[in-house]
Ligand binder design. Structure first.
Ligand code: FES
Length: 162
């Protein structure tokens, strides 16, 4: 598994915080997902060995928590809030605009590999709904026009990289 040295260091450190190594399963999964965007198959035996568990113990945790992804995602992760305030103020239309802009569907990697669009629950910014989190950046009052503008920005950044 190809983890960054800083992730490996964080993993070794976090394990020392728990008297029982097995309690570090969740933090380890979060660190791995943060680094590579999802939990690949090889992470399961890797974590099990690290924590002295059976692979099935790690697998059970992954399947219990919906926030862990088993498939890779696009380079950019677009999370659209669909909780009450955002839903009432057009979050679903915002989401559809992103899907259309990148010719993709919820939870899939867009054909250009650039984005994955997903719904999430309340992002704690209900007063500025609809709200969208792109990677770690929060965007407020994202109506369809703003979704198109943000999409154009992502596409321009992608073109620069090529
Ligand atoms: S309802 Fe969307 S941020 Fe709270």
């Amino acid at each position: 598994m190809n983890l960054k040295p800083s992730t490996l260091q964080a993993i070794d450190e976090v394990i020392t915080h728990y008297p029982e190594k097995r309690s570090a399963t969740l933090p380890l999964l979060h660190l791995i997902q943060e680094d590579i965007g999802h939990i690949p198959d090889e992470a399961i035996p890797w974590i099990a060995t690290k924590l002295g568990l059976q692979p099935i113990n790690v697998y059970e945790v992954i399947t219990f928590y919906p926030m862990f992804r088993r498939k890779p995602i696009g380079r950019r992760h677009i999370k659209v809030c669909r909780t009450l305030s955002c839903a009432l103020l057009g979050g679903y239309k915002t989401c559809a605009a992103f899907e259309q802009e990148f010719n993709t569907q919820l939870g899939e990697v867009s054909p250009d590999g650039e984005v994955t669009v997903e719904f999430v629950e309340c992002l704690a910014s209900c007063g500025t709904a609809p709200v969208v989190l792109i990677d770690d950046d929060l965007h407020e009052k994202v109506d369809v026009a703003k979704a198109k503008q943000l999409s154009a920005q992502i596409k321009a950044e992608a073109a620069q990289r090529r």
